[in-house]
Design a protein. Structure first.
Length: 196
C-alpha cells in the first residue's frame, strides 16, 4: 500500500481547520472554514471522491479521527456511510481499544514501524486527511509516498502548517496539476525517493 496525504492548504501553507469555524481552534486560530467557499464548485470534491473511493482506507491521527468521524456521523449522508465502512488506522498515544467508530484499528507504540508494515501489505492507497503532525512524523521516516495538495488562493498569515519548520527535507516530482474554476489548484506530488 502507498501512503497518500490529501490536504487543503493556503498559499502560505496553512492546513488548520479548512472545513468549519470550530474545527480546530488551537493556538487561538479564528479563521476556520477557509476552504469551504472555494471547494464548492464540485471539482475538488470530484477529485477527492475519485481518489478516496479507489483507496484501501484511511490513516489518521487521533484528533482528525475524532473530529472527522464525529462530524460526519452527526451530519449523516453518504460520507458517514463511506467513512464507517472504510478501514481506519489510527495513530494515538491516548486512545484505547475498542475505538468508537466501526472498522478502526489502533496504531499505538512505534507508529512509523506500524505504518512501514502497512506499506508492505497488498492493497491500494491509504489516505491521510489532515493530521499534519502524523504526516510530519511519517515523512521523517520516508513513509509518505504522495501528496495531493488542494492549494487555495488565500494567505492567512497564521495557523498550523503542513510543511512547518523542522519538516524533513524531501524532493518531489509533479505528477498532475489541475486548476479549478474557483482558483484552487489541485497538485499531486510523488516523493522522488518513492518514484525512483
Amino acid at each position: 500500500m502507498r501512503i497518500v496525504a490529501i490536504e487543503h492548504m493556503t498559499l502560505d501553507g496553512v492546513v488548520q481547520a479548512p472545513g468549519r469555524p470550530d474545527e480546530d481552534t488551537r493556538g487561538g486560530f479564528t479563521a476556520g472554514g477557509w476552504a469551504a467557499e472555494r471547494a464548492g464548485d464540485g471539482t475538488v470534491a470530484r477529485i477527492w471522491g475519485e481518489r478516496l473511493s479507489a483507496g484501501s482506507g484511511f490513516l489518521l491521527g487521533r484528533r482528525t479521527y475524532d473530529d472527522v468521524l464525529g462530524h460526519w456521523n452527526a451530519e449523516g449522508g453518504p460520507f458517514r456511510d463511506a467513512l464507517n465502512a472504510a478501514p481506519k488506522y489510527v495513530a494515538s498515544r491516548s486512545l484505547a481499544e475498542p475505538l468508537p467508530w466501526p472498522n478502526s484499528a489502533l496504531l499505538g507504540g512505534d507508529v512509523p514501524a506500524a505504518v512501514a508494515g502497512l506499506r508492505q501489505a497488498p492493497g491500494g492507497d491509504l489516505h491521510i486527511m489532515g493530521s499534519a503532525e502524523l504526516v510530519a512524523s511519517l515523512a521523517a521516516h520516508g513513509l509518505v509516498d504522495t501528496y495531493v495538495l488542494c492549494v487555495h488562493p488565500i494567505v492567512l498569515g497564521a495557523g498550523r502548517r503542513l510543511f512547518a519548520e523542522g519538516f524533513a527535507p524531501a524532493a518531489f516530482e509533479a505528477v498532475e496539476v489541475t486548476p479549478t474554476p474557483s482558483g484552487v489548484v489541485v497538485a499531486v506530488y510523488a516523493s522522488a525517493a518513492a518514484s525512483s
